[in-house]
Each structure stands twice: as structure tokens, then as C-alpha cells.
Design a protein. Structure first.
Length: 120
């Protein structure tokens, strides 16, 4: 068995874990999959007789999980715009412009799959 560690920038939230796990569990020879959205990382073992590291990376990339450096893959234009805060009665509200997400895929998010609705 060979070990493989990959950095997947699009693996940035818990909602991606089931999708990536489903992809990897469907590959022959892949086992011991460990996913960490906090690290944007996946670690696994695979049987080189059944699977190659390049094939695993290609399968993940085709599903929207290309490997790479998360700091370089999604550049931003800098900090968020100035915020404004207001207190109205017993409610505290604030508004601000979100940070620039240039280059980051917001939708379709590869971690949100369509759930089929069973027909009755």
C-alpha cells in the first residue's frame, strides 16, 4: 500500500467531506481516507496495482477538487470594505461589503450535490 497526501483548496468546509469521501470510496484500491477541511487536506492509502496517484488526483479534479495551494489558488483583493454598526432599540445590526472572492468558485459548490427525491 502506498500513502498519498493532497491539498485540495476547494475542501474548505464540512459540507465537502461527504462528497470527497464518496468520490474516493468509489475508486478501487483506495482505503483509509482521512479528510480535514481545516487543512484543506486529504490523506489516504491506495494499492498501486489497482490505482495510481495521478488517477486519484484526476478524478478529484474532474469533480471540482483540484490539488494546489489554498493561499495561491484563491486570490482576494484585500480586506473587506469598512463596516457600519447600528443599535436600534434592543437590536444590534451591522453591514459590510464582503471580501472579494475573485477566483473562488462560489457556485456551483462541489460539496453541494443534488439529493434525489424518491418517487412514491
Amino acid at each position: 500500500m502506498a500513502r498519498l497526501s493532497l491539498v485540495l483548496p476547494a475542501l474548505y468546509g464540512d459540507h465537502h467531506v461527504p462528497s470527497v469521501r464518496r468520490i474516493l470510496d468509489g475508486l478501487p484500491g483506495v482505503s483509509d481516507v482521512v479528510l480535514s477541511p481545516a487543512e484543506h487536506a486529504v490523506r489516504l492509502q491506495f494499492d498501486p496495482a489497482q490505482q495510481s496517484a495521478a488517477a486519484i488526483e484526476a478524478t478529484l479534479a474532474s469533480a471540482g477538487y483540484a490539488t494546489g495551494d489554498p493561499e495561491r489558488a484563491f486570490p482576494t483583493l484585500g480586506p473587506a470594505a469598512p463596516r457600519s454598526t447600528a443599535a436600534l432599540g434592543s437590536t444590534l445590526t451591522f453591514t459590510h461589503e464582503p471580501p472579494a472572492w475573485e477566483g473562488r468558485p462560489l457556485w456551483p459548490c462541489p460539496g453541494f450535490d443534488r439529493t434525489p427525491i424518491p418517487e412514491n
